[in-house]
Ligand binder design. Sequence first.
Ligand code: 6PG
Length: 246
Amino acid sequence: MNAEPWKSADEVRAGVDFPDAVAESLVALARKRITEQGHFTLTLSGGSTPERLYRRLAEPEWRSRVDWTRTEIFQGDERAVGPDHPDSNWGMAARSLLDHVPIPPGRRHRMEGERDDLEAAAAAYEAVLARTLARDGELDLVLLGLGDDGHTASLFPGTAALEEDSRLVVANAVPQLGTRRLTLSYPALRRAREVWFLVTGEGKAEVAAGILREGRESGSPASRVHPVQGRVVWWLDGPAGRHLGA
Ligand code: 6PG
């Protein structure tokens, strides 16, 4: 753990053994929350970084350590595609983890990126998320990634979703990608007990250091994730944490 007072983070773990260090802590948190409240809500990040973590958690000696029947899955964001599309975040999570663990169907909450009306898809997802928040108050663990432009989930620089201050889930036009996405908003991310940024690879080292040293001054969307009562933990492997004393 690093002693430097970080902005935009409560704790920075740089130079970790990824994904095993994260998997260990996730298993411990899941067990703790299941003991305390009878279930564990896990919000999955997309992109490529978390796939190694999901695959690790699906391995027999790891998956047996979590009561997946008491785990509820949400998504942080989704592309405007169906689950069978190669770009689908749900599809990646299903292949690497969800198809290998016994999460009850009613506890698997997929964003319907395939719908023509993405606003309706966002509203439908918000209704499910709102019910969980009404029951629990907060999401137990939200996993997030980091783009080299400082985006997280599908909160990209200069996009309308950054200004959303009430809805929990929005359809967000991302001109820099020429596409639209479904994404949790900052109001949703404020309702997390734990937010974990998972950052690997040398290509993320600069943007991560900028966010952690400058906070909102960095101008990066990822710097604006601030849970009301929860904690933000950054997990960086050696190359990604090379400017942070890793
Ligand atoms: C997505 C993710 C996105 C991702 C970052 C990092 O839908 O792509 O939600 O926010 O976490 O773009 O992606 P990599 O892990 O592939 O570098």
